[in-house]
Design a protein. Structure first.
Length: 296
């Protein structure tokens, strides 16, 4: 029996969550799927039998679903059935397994459940209106969790970044770091605005919500609202990267999936419950640099 089970514990959020749980709680199990890692157990979260067996063997009090669908938003448009199986059907099955096992389920959702047309920050109770298939699936997955398991926490976040040198699916700043270190052009869209979220803040916020017995839906994002081009420029300055390799993209590519262009989430509900500080992108990037040590 363990305190917590982290599904997708070798991704950016999952690794940070497992690290924090091992440090503070002691008993924590973790899974991987495509990339083996010492201390983790292989799990295909789309296979209900495997999920049932894993929960039966570990008997966790809390299950954190941090698994990610490789290829992101564009692949969700290109391979809709695989995306549906991963984001919706597997999540529905996981929520049912959590209910049967008496486990509290934590699900990472996205600001992409909204279309980004609202001028004020989106609140948790605002009606979702996704702009793409990924957002639709995240919204449907949220609804499935609400229907299947009452003991749950849904955390919407966005633009999560942090130091993750082992990744095969780099976050925005890891992609920037690798691209410029290889002396290649990094194309940064100035038409996409959001609230970058440092992974350490996100995980600390999630775990505080769990510790405080919070249930339902919460927005946990960084405090800055910035476009990705300005964010990339600041990251270059902080990380000591050559900003001449940055190129501004002012319009979306015709082949890309539609995205909310200006999506800002309100953290009022979270801040009314928790004390975790949600840093802006400048402070978050400085924290990332500290983690990197001599890598930069």
């Amino acid at each position: 029996m363990v305190e917590s089970l982290v599904i997708g514990a070798n991704g950016l959020i999952g690794r940070e969550a497992r690290r924090a749980l091992l440090r503070t709680k002691g008993g924590c199990a973790g899974t991987y799927f495509g990339r083996p890692e010492e201390g983790l157990v292989k799990l295909d979260r789309t296979c209900r039998d495997e999920v049932e067996r894993m929960l039966g063997e570990t008997a966790p009090k809390v299950v954190l679903d941090c698994a990610n669908f490789p290829g992101g938003v564009n692949r969700c448009e290109q391979d809709r059935e695989a995306a549906r199986q991963f984001h919706l059907e597997a999540t529905r099955n996981l929520s049912r397994c959590c209910k049967e096992a008496g486990a509290f389920m934590v699900y990472i959702s996205s600001d992409y459940v909204f279309d980004g047309t609202k001028t004020e920050p989106y609140r948790e109770e605002d009606e979702p209106k996704p702009a793409n298939h990924y957002g639709e699936l995240k919204h449907e997955a949220e609804e499935a969790i609400r229907q299947e398991v009452s003991s749950h926490l849904i955390v919407r976040t966005t633009n999560v970044f942090g130091w993750d040198p082992m990744t095969r699916t780099p976050n925005y700043i890891m992609n920037l770091y690798r691209t410029i270190r290889e002396e290649r052009t990094f194309w940064a869209p100035s038409f996409l605005w959001g609230t970058p979220t440092y992974v350490g803040d996100l995980v600390e916020g999630i775990l505080e919500l769990v510790d405080r017995g919070a249930t339902g839906t919460y927005h946990v994002v960084g405090k800055s609202f910035v476009n990705r081009y300005e964010w990339a420029k600041e990251a270059c300055r902080t990380l000591g990267l050559d900003g001449t390799y940055l190129a501004e993209v002012k319009e979306p590519d015709a082949g890309d999936a539609a995205r909310p262009k200006q999506c800002r989430l309100s953290t009022d509900r979270f801040e009314s419950v928790c004390k975790t500080v949600l840093h802006g992108y400048r402070e978050g990037t400085a924290l990332m640099k500290r983690e990197m040590g001599g890598a930069s």
